[in-house]
Ligand binder design. Structure first.
Ligand code: ZN
Length: 320
């Protein structure tokens, strides 16, 4: 009998589902499957793979799931563990948590958004280690933020939806944006599909001198400055495919964003972290594309710990 607790993790994304068995980034087997348009058909191979891992490595003590959303996170609501209003075909009201509860009865299952899971991963093993207050942002197919506040993931009424912050438009920019709800919110202006719609070129192939880069960086900087003012994070971790910035390169894109944040804050918040070039304040994720799946393992570990030492704190990350 193996005494080191083994966990299973699931990161459900809009295009693929990543799953893993293990204890953390140094000890992790992973696999991925397309998410397609039928949740049951998409989750079946994930469940089969996880069961094979259990046969090979031993029983999971807990599972952790980070899911694209919006998702229900209130344990007292009938929508808990479900994807709610997604435009993704076939996935509206998909019962993600229930599917895994039925497949793996009797073990605790942690459930949260994909970005909150990624924030957990960076908190446990990455660029947010030892920080109780930071924001993890992913900019890719959509834009999402996971918020760690006082060492706990922030949920509140639902969960933060910082990708839909409204951004003041720069003069001369007539692009209407692509968000079906708001048009030109941050995600509507700066997600990967928004850049493609604006320029006709996917972000990864967009020339380094294209005017869409400084525009995207400027809008992103305004959103980040708003998050600094609203949440007072000690660090901002900026992940996803857009900040990798294709032919421009991540270093140059991040330098533009940092400049823009400093400009947007106007020197108002006077702390050492926000002076200088902000290169220690706005940083890329340490776990890179593994942040989400590592975070799912961390959610599992937390759910397992919670099962052994229950608390009644409703807002505790471990009660989720
Ligand atoms: Zn929006």
């Amino acid at each position: 009998m193996n005494d080191i607790p083994l966990f299973g993790g699931i990161e459900a994304g809009g295009t693929k589902i990543v799953c893993a068995s293990g204890t953390g980034p140094e000890d992790m087997n992973r696999a991925q499957f397309p998410s397609g348009s039928a949740p049951d058909a998409a989750l079946a191979p994930v469940i089969r793979w996880l069961r094979c891992e259990e046969e090979r490595r031993g029983r999971f003590r807990a599972l952790g799931i980070g899911s694209f959303g919006p998702v229900g996170l209130d344990p007292h609501s009938p929508s808990y563990g479900r994807i709610t209003t997604t435009p993704k075909e076939g996935w509206r009201n998909a019962d993600i948590l229930g599917t895994f509860r039925r497949a793996f009865p009797g073990i605790p299952i942690g459930f949260d958004t994909d970005v909150n899971a990624a924030a957990m991963g960076e908190h446990r093993w990455g660029a947010g280690r030892s920080l109780g207050d930071f924001v993890y942002i992913t900019m890719g197919t959509g834009i999402g933020a996971g918020v760690m506040a006082g060492g706990k993931l922030l949920h509140g009424l639902v969960h933060p939806e910082a990708g839909h912050l409204r951004i003041p438009r720069l003069p001369g920019d007539a692009f209407p944006g692509i968000c079906p709800f708001h048009g030109d919110c941050w995600e509507g202006l700066c997600s990967g599909p928004a850049i493609l719609k604006r320029t006709g070129i996917p972000a990864e192939d967009l020339p380094g001198n294209h005017e869409a880069w400084p525009l995207t960086a400027r809008y992103t900087a305004i959103a980040l400055a708003d998050l600094v003012c609203a949440l007072s994070p000690r660090r901002i971790i900026l992940g996803g495919s857009v900040p990798r910035a294709g032919l421009l390169g991540r270093d140059r894109f991040l330098a533009m964003v940092r400049n823009g944040v400093r400009e947007a804050l106007g020197g108002y918040i006077s702390v050492p972290e926000l002076s200088g070039d902000l290169s220690g304040y706005i940083i890329p994720p340490l776990l890179e594309e593994n942040a989400g799946i590592c975070g799912a393992l961390a959610l599992a570990e937390t759910a397992w710990e919670e099962g052994r030492h229950p608390t009644d704190s409703r807002n505790d990350v471990s009660s989720r």
